[in-house]
Design a binder for this molecule. Structure first.
Ligand SMILES: [Zn+2]
Length: 115
């Protein structure tokens, strides 16, 4: 865990190196990105997944319009990438694992990038 967090820290480390805070997920010290001054999660993949889940859950609860907007974004994305899931399944022999990762995971990540 420390190795992953340290890698993310190195990767995004810029500016004042003393401006660190403990990650709300793993507790490792990290430096918030300049664009995200109130960042509370470090850059490790596990913590980022937790952050997005938290953000989306809070967003869905606080903003009914977001739910509709996200749905529209997912639909638009699916229409632009009609072959994505077919190619994904062809590249993933153990496609059954997908049942643990609903399609909204990737579409939600795309929505996260767009919004
Ligand atoms: Zn973390």
């Amino acid at each position: 865990m420390r190795t992953i967090a340290a890698t993310g820290f190195m990767q995004f480390s810029h500016g004042d190196p003393t401006m660190t805070r403990p990650c709300a997920c793993c507790g490792e010290p990290f430096e918030p990105r300049l664009q995200v001054p109130d960042q509370t999660f470090c850059t490790s993949p596990d913590c980022q997944r937790g952050r997005k889940r938290e953000w989306q859950r809070a967003k869905l609860q606080s903003d009914p319009g977001y739910r509709i907007n996200q749905h529209a974004v997912q639909q638009a994305w699916s229409q632009r990438n009609p072959d994505y899931w077919r190619r994904y399944r062809e590249a993933q022999p153990d496609y059954s694992d997908l049942s643990q990762q609903p399609m909204t995971t990737t579409a939600g990540a795309i929505a996260w990038l767009i919004l």
